[in-house]
Design a protein around this ligand. Structure first.
Ligand code: GAL
Length: 670
């Protein structure tokens, strides 16, 4: 079944309203709701006194409309009685301050007392709902994150280091603690990288970020284990933050879940934009799909204006439906809107749901109700189909953490750099998998590894194998700079990639915000592109039997190579030595796709996005993000699934913010 639904907080509304809510949900075509994820104080109002009656009644009403239930474990927002009794459970921030009660995500994941309470509430819920016919699965906690710097974590970090390094000699050596006389003679001396300690040793800081990530993975695992034991028939997932969340290694967090779910907001009160760039959500979908290389759920899909203190721009007519279809186009197997009805109280009283504060079902509800009717007709075709990209981008959390510690240049951000390259691919309508550095790359023709800063041997080996077998690899600046302990390698850069790239970084320049160089293309295939700006970082390259395909035009390294192309085994490697703006990546991507033999799915005007899902049948998604009607030229005969069974070929119009879901007649089973 394709799941289509909403996040519902019945505990926020009088019980008399629940039947009306369920009726409206059913009319909107919803077949699933997520419940209870912040309801700890209702389920355990006093220590050891559990109350699930209200939740049972809410579920009964939903069940009478054939709506299934995903339960959230409530551990992201502990009740006041718990935290008042155990103030040590509060997280400590990087500045050394313990957080106080008033928000959520305020606990320390390593605190044993908090873990015991977690164990009890999750066990009670799991026992109560294990055999409930309406319950299909669980979401653990809510958007894990926020590093804790408390004394319990300090001790746990020291133990973690002991397991990782075995001996202090090894740790001192790897971190280079001889610098500033930091040589540790007892594990107890190893500090947390608190702000009060100043700019930390990069080795210590990277290990602490890894440890913090492992702490949440372990905390989640405790809940996974309970749920697997008590509820073997149910799925277990967690709602991730998407690509832009920086604090956790999401590949690790995803490992023991049945699938990844994530929360997709394109308009929020923190950024009031007239236009939304669809490549942000596209990247997030691809990154979330890449965590397990498997389809995913959107557990929270924007349902209205987002906002806490500020109120976002209202989603324009058509956007909510379009964004939900975009998720499906990128591999979502379920979409739930956040939230059902806009809360009248609490921090999120401006985070709008499908219904208004007063329960009115207006424009937003009607838009999604239309989609609900469509999903009823096409849902079964979507189930089991998947996205099959021939391009991959490598996401390295070690590198990402290392750049959080040392950005190298104030204008450099790993996620923004990653997104810039992704956006150029997205604009050419090729599908992209975002995968781990050690992923099997054999199914791809083109792999881009942006700023692979921390580079273990195994990853360098993986890239070499990919290229040797005929793949095209793209490497960008600051790759191969660090070993796993976050020390700079004792080699010419790009270190372990130097031979593969056929290049040496002779020297590098880190540019101020008001500085730029320029890159001019020398390769005939690229010569039609006028020179583009080089910003932030310039590697001055020394090719070794490699073709220079672009060179700098300014400053003391004018004429020196900026981008090179190397042949290695059956494949080729492009080293891009600078950070450009969109024009650099757009110029390169067109050429790279040719080089790698990757076809764009369909050539369409800007503002239109195209993806495909396969299951024998080929489904083509054409999403018009523009405010005006656009025309696309189809490459064959297609059945328009949203418009009954009209057959389209040649030119097809797509209304503003509308979508076509087309069944390819040549690749259809029936
Ligand atoms: C999500 C979170 C929800 C809600 C929403 C709006 O990140 O999971 O609980 O807070 O944002 O702020």
């Amino acid at each position: 079944m394709f799941y289509f639904g909403v996040d519902y907080y019945p505990e926020h509304w009088p019980e008399e309203r629940w039947p009306e809510d369920a009726r409206l949900m059913a009319e909107a075509g919803f077949n699933v709701v997520r419940l209870a994820e912040f309801a700890w104080s209702r389920m355990e109002p006093k220590q050891g006194q559990y109350d699930f009656d209200w939740l049972d009644r809410a579920i009964d009403i939903l069940t009478s409309h054939d709506i299934r239930v995903v339960l959230g474990t409530p551990t992201a927002s502990p009740p006041p009685w718990l935290m008042a009794r155990h103030p040590d459970s509060f997280r400590v921030r990087e500045d050394g301050q313990r957080v106080t009660f008033g928000n959520r995500r305020e606990y320390c994941p390593n605190n044993l007392v908090y873990r015991e309470y977690t164990h009890r509430i999750v066990t009670r819920m799991a026992e109560h709902y294990a055999d409930h016919p309406a319950v299909i699965g669980w979401q653990i906690d809510n958007e894990f994150g926020d590093r804790c710097y408390c004394p319990v974590c300090a001790r746990a970090f020291q133990d973690w280091l002991r397991r990782r390094y075995g001996s202090l000699d090894e740790l001192n050596e790897k971190w280079g603690t001889i610098f500033w006389s930091h040589v540790y003679t007892d594990w107890d001396q190893i500090p947390l990288p608190l702000e009060t300690g100043g700019s930390p040793n990069p080795g210590l800081a990277l290990d602490f970020f890894r440890f913090s990530s492992d702490s949440y993975v372990a905390y989640q695992q405790m809940q996974v284990d309970i749920l697997r034991e008590k509820c073997p028939e149910h799925f277990v997932t967690h709602n991730f933050h998407g690509f832009h969340y920086e604090g956790l290694n999401y590949f690790d967090l995803a490992r023991d879940l049945d699938f990844v779910a994530w929360d997709n907001y394109q308009r929020t009160g923190w950024l009031l934009q007239a236009q939304v760039d669809p490549s942000y959500a596209a990247l997030a979908h691809d990154a979330m799909r890449g965590l397990k290389r498997q389809n995913f759920w959107v557990m929270e899909q924007q349902a209205g204006q987002g906002g806490w203190e500020m109120v976002s721009v209202a989603p324009r007519p058509g956007e909510l439906r379009l964004w939900a279809y975009q998720a499906i186009a990128h591999g979502a197997d379920a979409v739930l809107f956040f939230r059902w009805r806009t809360a009248r109280f609490g921090t999120e009283q401006y985070w709008h749901g499908l219904l208004d504060h007063d329960g009115h079902a207006g424009r937003r509800y009607q838009e999604i109700k239309r989609m609900g009717a469509e999903i009823k007709t096409i849902g079964e075709r979507l189930v089991g189909s998947s996205v099959k990209p021939s391009v991959a981008m490598i996401l390295s959390y070690d590198s990402r953490f290392a750049f959080q510690i040392q950005a190298n240049n104030p204008g450099f951000s790993y996620p923004n750099h990653f997104h810039q390259v992704y956006r150029a691919l997205h604009r050419r309508h090729v599908l992209v998998d975002v995968v781990a550095p050690t992923a099997d790359l054999s199914s791809y023709q083109l792999v881009v590894a942006p700023a692979l800063h921390v580079l273990p041997d195994a990853v360098a080996g993986n890239l070499k194998r990919f290229v040797a077998a005929g793949g095209v690899l793209v490497v960008t600046p600051r790759s191969g700079v660090k070993d796993e302990a976050n020390a700079v390698v004792n080699q010419r850069l790009p270190g372990l990639l130097a031979e593969l790239c056929g290049v040496e970084v002779e020297e590098y320049d880190s540019l101020g915000a008001d500085m730029y160089n320029e890159v001019e293309f020398t390769l005939p295939e690229l010569a039609s592109h006028s020179p583009v700006a080089a910003k932030v970082w310039c590697d001055v390259l020394q090719p070794h039997g490699t073709t220079a395909i672009a060179r700098y035009t300014q400053d003391y390294y004018a004429g020196k190579p900026a981008i090179t192309l190397n042949r290695f085994g059956q494949g080729q490697v492009v080293y891009v030595g600078t950070v450009g703006d969109a024009r650099l990546y757009e110029a390169l991507v067109g050429w790279l796709l040719n080089l790698a033999g990757v076809q764009e799915i369909l050539a369409v005007p800007r503002g239109v996005e195209v993806t495909e899902r396969w299951q024998g049948d080929r489904l083509l998604f054409v999403l018009n993000h523009a405010e005006r009607e656009q025309e696309v030229t189809l490459d064959g005969r297609y059945v328009d699934l949203l418009d009954g069974s009209a057959v389209l070929e040649g030119r097809a119009a797509v209304a503003p913010r509308d979508v076509l879901i087309l069944l390819d007649e040549e690749n259809a089973n029936d």
